[in-house]
Write a protein that binds this ligand. Structure first.
Ligand SMILES: [Zn+2]
Length: 510
């Protein structure tokens, strides 16, 4: 059986789950369900990153110990993903003992191999980013992320010989064009690698920071938070035991937002090389959600909270919007107006309306009993089934490139076709003609096949709605993959319609 290992980044526990985190989690979940639907064994890892300066500071500000603080926010992430139906297989916390032990084991291994050395480093340090900056990286002398001038600090630290792996990393990226994707991020990484790569400072002295994993070879230092967190992708599998590591490791598909490209595209692969492990399969990089009302911030009151969205619009409708609206890799705009427009147009009017019309007619004309198909299908029937077959082929090729929005677009283009098919075949008119009832039964049978196809292809994107469609059709999973025309046995009865996606009334469309 083919396998795939999907990961979200470990979410940093300095903030509560918001739109950016939710998007990555939803994409990871949809991808996992998609791979399962095409026969893969899929494993999804998520979790929380809990060490470092920023957590220690946030905990102090909240009047708690770092561990208490991390426990609270980590629980919040886990319960949010549970409530959102994110089907993760393992939730890792970097404060878990097994992870800390694994990080120390790898550090010791790399140290013993001579790949970590002790040295002095002075430089411009941003406390917000927890890293040193070169002059060139600063904007007007300030950290581009925090708009704060970094402090000059000098101290003795441990360094990972990252520079040694520069040539090999360039070759790996050149030899595998989709190792980092989409292309723009691969190009960005290769451009960065044109400059000499520096060694990576992987320690922090405990007189400056205690909240971290102690270095196994020097108790006066803790591990730099990235060197700790990145190893989660392997430590989780190591912890799961059995064949998890052998089966899943090189099959990794990492999902990240573009702000953490460098640690994942440069630190992580060179760490893997030093640890003697193969590289991941793909690093998949997405853009930012840009708020219509400006940058998302607590003070502006425009923070998008996943559970609030779920309560107001339904989780599947929210998932649909996220996956349909953003072209993976690029930035996308978020506004409630756009969300409501999509829900009303695509879900309530198009998908929801088609399903309820078909089921209502089936109920009214045939008491829900599916009628037989003709031995020879009419031209429009053949076209309808061909249109959905093509949509599924397109969907598969878009999904291979993580083009979720195009995958959904192809399904909706087939849906548009199905709506035209209803107009064209006009079962609601034909039914008045006693001699045409057999044809009405055939038309509705083909339309029920449309609904069944939707229940199959939409399942990775909108799992709850897909299950509802199955319920309405009164079928189980085994029938989902039957060929068109072969799913419903003689006398099969479908259920009456129900509203799947209520239309959302707003001030402007009342
Ligand atoms: Zn900074």
């Amino acid at each position: 059986m083919e396998r795939v290992y999907i990961t979200t980044p470990l979410y940093y526990v300095n903030a509560e789950p918001h739109l950016g985190h939710t998007y990555t989690a939803v994409v990871a979940d949809a991808l996992k369900r998609y791979f399962q639907s095409i026969g893969y064994e899929a494993f999804l890892l998520t979790g929380t990153d809990e060490h470092g300066d920023k957590i220690a500071q946030a905990a102090a500000a909240a009047g708690s110990t770092p561990k208490e603080y991390a426990d609270r926010i980590s629980d919040l992430f886990r319960s949010t993903w549970d409530a959102c139906g994110i089907a993760y297989d393992h939730f890792l916390r970097t404060t878990d003992t097994y992870h800390q032990e694994y990080v120390q084991k790898i550090l010791q291994k790399i140290y013993d191999a001579g790949e970590i050395y002790f040295g002095e480093y002075g430089g411009l340090y941003c406390y917000g980013c927890e890293r040193f900056y070169t002059e060139k990286e600063l904007l007007d002398g300030k950290c581009p992320d925090h708009q704060v001038a970094p402090d000059y600090i000098s101290e003795k630290n441990y360094f990972f010989r990252m520079s040694k792996y520069q040539e090999r990393l360039i070759k790996e990226i050149q030899n595998k064009p989709n190792l980092i994707r989409p292309e723009r991020y691969r190009a960005e990484v290769l451009a960065f690698l044109r400059e000499p790569l520096e060694d990576l400072c992987i320690s922090r002295p405990i007189n400056r920071l205690q909240w971290g994993i102690p270095l196994p070879f020097d108790g006066k230092y803790v591990t730099y938070v990235w060197f700790d967190a990145l190893l989660n992708y392997v430590s989780a599998l190591n912890y799961r035991g059995g064949d998890s590591l052998q089966n899943l490791w090189p099959k990794a598909q990492h999902l990240i937002a573009k702000d953490i490209l460098k640690p994942h595209a440069i630190y992580w692969p060179t760490m893997l090389m030093a640890a003697g492990l193969p590289l991941y399969d793909h690093l998949n990089v997405h853009g930012y959600w840009v708020m219509d009302s400006g940058k998302m911030s607590k003070s502006l009151g425009n923070v998008v909270r996943p559970l609030e969205m779920k309560a107001r619009f339904g989780m599947d409708a929210f998932r649909y919007f996220l996956l349909r609206e953003m072209a993976f890799g690029q930035d996308a705009k978020f506004s409630e107006e756009a969300l409501v427009t999509r829900i009303n147009a695509d879900l309530a009017n198009n998908l929801g309306n088609l399903v309820s019309r078909v089921l209502a007619m089936q109920q009214k004309y045939f008491a829900g009993v599916v009628q037989p198909l003709a031995s020879e299908w009419a031209r429009e029937d053949l076209e309808l089934s061909a249109k959905f077959a093509q949509a599924e082929i397109d969907l598969n090729s878009y999904m291979a490139d993580l083009q979720f929005h195009r995958a959904l677009e192809s399904v909706w283009s087939a849906l548009d076709y199905a709506n035209r098919y209803i107009v064209q075949t006009a079962p609601f008119t034909l039914i008045k003609d006693l001699g045409k009832q057999t044809r009405v039964g055939e038309v509705l049978h083909h339309l029920l096949e449309v609904v069944r196809t939707l229940a199959r292809v939409l399942a990775p994107f909108m799992p709850d709605s897909a299950a509802e469609l199955r319920g309405l059709l009164n079928i189980d999973l085994s029938v989902l993959t039957s060929r068109w025309g072969e799913a419903f046995s003689a006398g099969h009865k479908v259920n009456p319609p129900k509203v799947l996606f209520p239309r959302i009334e707003t001030d402007t469309n009342k």
